[in-house]
Design a protein around this ligand. Structure first.
Ligand SMILES: Cc1cc2nc3c(=O)[nH]c(=O)nc-3n(C[C@H](O)[C@H](O)[C@H](O)COP(=O)(O)OP(=O)(O)OC[C@H]3O[C@@H](n4cnc5c(N)ncnc54)[C@H](O)[C@@H]3O)c2cc1C
Length: 287
């Protein structure tokens, strides 16, 4: 189902994000994860797209697997990295032939070893250019990325949110946020564009050091309150996991109470923490 149609029907959605596995063992873990999380009845799932050539074809393979095994609506991530417009159009043909009708249009991060994003000659410089290209194609519903804290390269939050507004004006029917940990940041973004469908991206917290590494990689900050709650427990795997999941559940509850149109969980190809968070929210009547 196209997500623009789904969004018209449902005021709230639950979705999960996977990444293409690199080894046979990781494939089998992902298959088990998909099977387990399908039981939670997500409205859709998404699959990331690698910065290099290696795992790119696997985005489509993972989606074909998910759609074939579970019938769940799936969205493919697409980036502008190392791609001309002709390459991107060929990718759209490939995705359409695979029955994919939803795309998360992203600029992408610089490939490994590079610090700055350099547009490819004849390619797209920003996600908005990619959204324009996809809209001209006409076969896909398109979502984009949003940054409640601001994108790390942006000169200001204002400039970054202006860019987000431009991506909606170009045809995005929704946005998924980078992971973040402040309800106030989300409320500020929603206040800026109250009619835009901005779905919080949630990282279930299970390990303090893993949380810090994940946030470093994506340019998100770990607020002092989260550090204060979890760092003292970092040495105790069970205690930090318990506190992290409890913190995540409370954060999701507050976001939903603040009007979030659903949740998108970064499940990191594992099912347990995501299932615990969703189950706790359902038991509390929040989801
Ligand atoms: C939910 C989610 C999923 C992701 N999945 C992937 C993935 O699968 N693969 C992957 O490689 N990366 C992924 N990323 C990371 C993403 O590619 C990076 O965060 C990237 O640095 C920014 O992408 P964007 O689409 O937001 O870029 P853009 O919207 O193009 O913005 C990039 C920067 O340029 C600025 N900007 C935009 N337009 C202009 C302009 N006209 N003039 C000047 N500045 C401008 C913006 O403010 C921002 O600072 C994901 C991010 C999120 C939030």
């Amino acid at each position: 189902m196209r997500l623009d149609h789904l969004f018209a029907e449902r005021s709230r959605t639950l979705s999960f994000e996977f990444f293409p596995p690199k080894t046979d063992r990781a494939w089998s873990t992902l298959e088990d994860t998909v099977e387990a999380l399908a039981q939670l009845g997500p409205d859709f799932v998404s699959v990331t797209y690698g910065a290099g050539g290696g795992t790119r074809a696997k985005t489509r393979e993972v989606i074909e697997h998910i759609q074939g095994k579970t019938g769940i609506t799936a969205m493919a991530h697409v980036t502008c990295v190392n791609a001309t417009r002709a390459d991107l159009k060929a990718l759209l043909d490939e995705y359409a032939a695979a029955g994919i009708s939803n795309l998360l249009a992203l600029r992408g991060d610089p490939p490994k070893g590079e610090t700055r994003f350099t547009p490819t000659d004849g390619g797209c410089a920003y996600a908005k250019d990619l959204i324009d290209l996809i809209r001209a194609d006409g076969r896909f519903a398109t979502l984009c990325a949003a940054f409640p804290e601001k994108h790390p390269d942006a000169l200001s939050r204002d400039a970054d949110w202006q860019n987000l507004g431009n991506k909606f004006s170009a045809g995005a029917c929704g946005a998924i946020t980078q992971c973040f940990f402040s309800v106030a940041d989300y409320q500020a973004l929603r206040a800026r564009m109250p009619n835009a469908r901005i779905i919080p991206g949630i990282l279930p917290i299970t390990d303090f050091h893993a949380l810090v590494r994940f946030c470093d990689r994506c340019g998100a900050s770990v607020p002092a309150a989260v550090r204060a709650a979890l760092e003292p427990l970092a040495h105790d795997k069970i205690a930090v996991r318990q506190a992290g999941i409890a913190w995540t559940v409370a954060f999701c509850r507050d976001l939903l109470a603040a009007g979030a149109p659903g949740l998108h969980l970064y499940c990191l190809n594992r099912s347990t923490a995501t299932a615990e968070v969703v189950t706790a929210l359902r038991l509390a009547g929040c989801l």
